[in-house]
Design a protein around this ligand. Structure first.
Ligand code: SF4
Length: 320
């Protein structure tokens, strides 16, 4: 078995005033051991809720999350607690995900204490220092507090906490978007090094396609709760098919003075994710929309080479 995670028809709906919000709507994908899956989309598209539903931080409405061959969507709290060390999360804003009253050593030791990993303090202190070394956080910061550190060092604490219990899967929820560009590169390099060293699988959630370009094996592009394009990363950048993904890609600056890329500015209103009608959710903003797009939701289908997309007119638009 080389699949660590299979997500099948996962849905997470919320009852809100005015109806039912379809935050995650029938999402399916697989992830392999030691690989990275990028989940990309604008804020509000459901990508963070998807990550939380997979980790059971929110209870899925329906569907299956099969982790290492076992459906974990219906397991009880005791089994879930036993499973938690294998599935961890790194959060977007390290300042708000860390406890301001706890020192670096206390923050990193917390998961070890919750799971009673060490019986004596000396062993735990040793492990904390090892984890600081692993994430490149100098030992002199061991007794400092989050507000005394910059964003990059705070995020290194988040990574150390996630690594503490030797996980196999880490959901990284926008882990670099609150950091400046130089620090972003450092944290991305760190995550890649740790992946090679520990064989970790990452689900990397981001609004920025360029962030996942060099670290993901596969990418799912989400729009209003649904996956609208899904394939190998190289294939996605070489052969972008869905009109929404093309618009996302056009926003990435080209690193050359001699080349330009025409920016596609999306116009039109976002469709409502509350009780969405049977239609393509991107239709109000799509320049290719026809009548069928407003009356019938396209399915995610393989158009060849395991490149899946949800668009009635994908062949016509791309001359396939
Ligand atoms: Fe655009 Fe229609 Fe394709 Fe949706 S189904 S992306 S509206 S052409």
């Amino acid at each position: 078995m080389n699949e660590i995670l299979q997500v099948k028809n996962l849905k997470k709906y919320f009852n809100v005033s005015g109806g039912t919000l379809h935050a995650v709507d029938d999402v399916s994908f697989t992830m392999k051991y030691g690989e990275t899956l990028g989940i990309v989309g604008e804020s509000g598209c459901g990508k963070s809720t998807l990550g939380k539903a997979i980790l059971r931080l929110v209870q899925p409405t329906s569907g299956e999350v099969i982790f290492e061959g076992r459906d974990i969507t219906r397991i009880g709290n005791k089994e879930l607690t036993a499973l938690r060390p294998k599935m961890q999360m790194i959060f977007q804003d390290p300042m708000s995900s860390l406890n301001p009253r706890m020192s670096v050593s206390q923050q990193i030791a917390e998961p070890l204490m919750i799971y009673n990993v060490y019986r004596n303090k000396a062993d735990m202190d040793k492990r904390v220092l090892e984890l600081m070394d692993t994430v490149g956080l100098a030992r002199r910061y061991v007794d400092t507090y989050p507000h005394e550190l910059d964003g990059g060092r705070r995020q290194r604490i988040g990574v150390a906490r996630a690594l503490a219990l030797n996980p196999k899967l880490i959901v990284c929820d926008e882990p670099v978007s609150a950091l400046d560009v130089l620090i972003q590169a450092q944290i991305l390099n760190l995550l890649q090094d740790l992946q090679k060293e520990h064989g970790l699988a990452y689900m990397f959630i981001t609004h920025n396609l360029s962030v996942v370009k060099h670290i993901s094996n596969d990418i799912c592009v989400m729009y209003l709760g649904q996956v609208i394009e899904q394939c190998n990363t190289k294939e996605l950048f070489r052969n972008t098919l869905h009109p929404y993904t093309k618009a996302l890609l056009s926003a990435i600056p080209v690193p050359s003075l001699n080349k330009t890329r025409e920016r596609i500015i999306l116009k039109g209103e976002l469709a409502s994710p509350i009780d969405p009608k049977d239609a393509c959710r991107f239709a109000p903003r799509c320049i290719y929309a026809k009548e069928k797009c407003h009356n019938c939701a396209p399915e995610l289908v393989d158009v060849g080479g395991n490149h899946k997309t949800a668009c009635h007119y994908v062949k016509e638009i791309n001359g396939l």
